[in-house]
Design a protein around this ligand. Structure first.
Ligand SMILES: [Zn+2]
Length: 170
């Protein structure tokens, strides 16, 4: 990584590089496992190498870092003060790739669920969020708010907003 990062970004970055076993992802995995769900992780043959794959529910989950995946409006997503164009472009590329992967997965019949790290950051909101996540996985036909504006970056993240997107392919 380049030297233009602040130490805060650097540590965020390192967590992201270390990568696949970052904490937010482990939190989600542990919870789902404790609820009896069985899944595969980091499935490389699927677009975007989804973090968690639940074949039984035809569902994939991405646990996304707010910085690298450009969580617009999120307090964990702030572009560095220097080299702003560089970072902007980099993050935009990541976001575009996420959108592409999601479309490909949906075309293959997968339901795509996104989890932002900020949503499970604090223990207080985590439990409720994970419960809802579980319910959505096991009740795919139950009606729920579907976030389809993943590529609409004008949407601000509200603490209470539900960042689940995807479709049940009914
Ligand atoms: Zn966020």
């Amino acid at each position: 990584m380049s030297d233009v990062m602040t130490s805060e970004q650097r540590s965020r970055c390192m967590a992201s590089i270390k990568g696949k076993d970052t904490k937010p992802e482990m939190i989600v995995r542990k919870y789902l496992f404790s609820r009896g769900l069985r899944f595969r992780v980091q499935v490389r043959k699927l677009p975007g190498n989804p973090d968690i794959v639940l074949p039984k529910y035809k569902t994939v989950i991405f646990v996304n870092g707010c910085f690298w995946h450009g969580h617009e409006g999120c307090r964990y997503f702030r572009l560095p003060k220097s080299n702003i164009e560089f970072w902007k472009e980099k993050i935009e590329r990541n976001v575009a790739r996420d959108v592409r992967n999601e479309a490909e997965l949906k075309a293959l019949g997968w339901r795509v669920v996104g989890v932002w790290e900020c949503e499970i950051k604090t223990v207080a909101q985590r439990e409720e969020y994970l419960k809802r996540l579980y319910n959505r996985i096991v009740n795919p036909t139950q009606s729920y708010h579907i976030e389809t504006d993943m590529d609409n970056q004008s949407i601000a993240a509200e603490p209470e907003s539900e960042q689940i997107y995807g479709n049940n392919h009914s």
